[in-house]
Design a protein around this ligand. Structure first.
Ligand code: NAP
Length: 241
């Protein structure tokens, strides 16, 4: 069975994701309240790690390219598990292998790259030298179902938090890989049309419905510090019409 995926996000009341644009909390709130509340809620979900899109991970790592001499793609495309030491996972979906890590961890979490089978052997060598684990999402790097299945079978993951941004959340939504939504509603507003929201699936036509066939069932709701609301929904699959 594939791991359970909980999409854990914080957004403004209009569902926007860029926190530097939100109206401020009341003066009573301590600095770092939002991050603390977000992390504490994540801890309570008891996951084996988290997964983000390439752009969100780029803000968290800053390694440099290693020097190699070839761009072959002839080495076997099998998952590589570095020295994980039972740590939780920090997973990036990076189809083209654009990220450079320079380390095998973020905090206490062991880094894992999900890449396409077309990335160069040199890039895989760089990941191994950095101690980063990796696995494949098909030839184009977009087979999220296969990648998530490998996280279950090869890394023993049972539950993962999907933590954005909107683009990778939208891809998981379209692929019907989200089992639960854990939404923190920040008591503030962005207000500008077009600012990224929680799900940003880039469809091919305006009448696509990436969440079709599912409905949300409330699990619980709680008021946290600074009037941040925590709402959890199960994503139920509807019977075929
Ligand atoms: N408020 C919050 O809770 C929260 C949480 C996370 C992030 N954020 C914010 O969101 C922003 C980044 O979000 P984002 O949506 O631009 O980027 P993202 O979801 O972090 O990353 C998008 C990238 O993921 C890769 N990708 C892998 N598989 C994909 C697939 N099946 N379909 C589409 N893309 C796929 C693509 O990389 P390639 O371009 O290399 O192909 C794509 O450009 C940042 O500003 C961050 O601060 C907010």
């Amino acid at each position: 069975m594939r791991p359970k995926i909980i999409c854990h996000m914080i957004g403004s009341i209009d569902g926007r994701l860029l926190s530097n644009r939100w109206t401020p909390l009341t003066e009573k709130a301590e600095p770092n309240t939002v991050l603390r509340v977000y992390d504490e809620a994540a801890q309570r979900l008891n996951a084996d790690g988290w997964i983000v899109g390439r752009k969100t991970m780029a803000d968290l790592v800053s390694g440099t390219t290693h020097l190699h001499s070839t761009t072959d793609t002839s080495a076997p495309r099998t998952a590589y598990i570095g020295n994980r030491q039972n740590r939780p996972l920090a997973v990036a979906v990076d189809p083209s292998g654009k990220l450079h890590y320079g380390t095998d961890h973020i905090g206490n979490e062991h880094l894992v790259a999900i890449v396409s089978e077309q990335v160069a052997d040199d890039y895989l060598a760089e990941l191994r030298e950095d101690g980063v684990s990796y696995l494949f999402a098909g030839t184009d790097g977009l087979d999220l179902e296969a990648a998530i299945a490998t996280l279950g079978s090869s890394f023993g993951v049972e539950t993962l938090l999907l933590e954005g941004g909107g683009t990778i959340n939208g891809a998981f939504l379209k692929a019907d890989l989200i089992d639960e939504i854990s939404l923190l509603i920040y008591p503030g507003i962005d207000g500008l049309a077009g600012i990224p929201s929680i799900f940003e699936y880039h469809g091919t036509s305006a009448d696509e419905l990436p969440a079709m066939g599912r409905c949300l069932r409330m699990l619980c709701v709680e008021t946290l510090a600074a009037d941040i609301l925590w709402v959890r929904y199960a994503v139920d699959r509807l019977p075929a019409p």
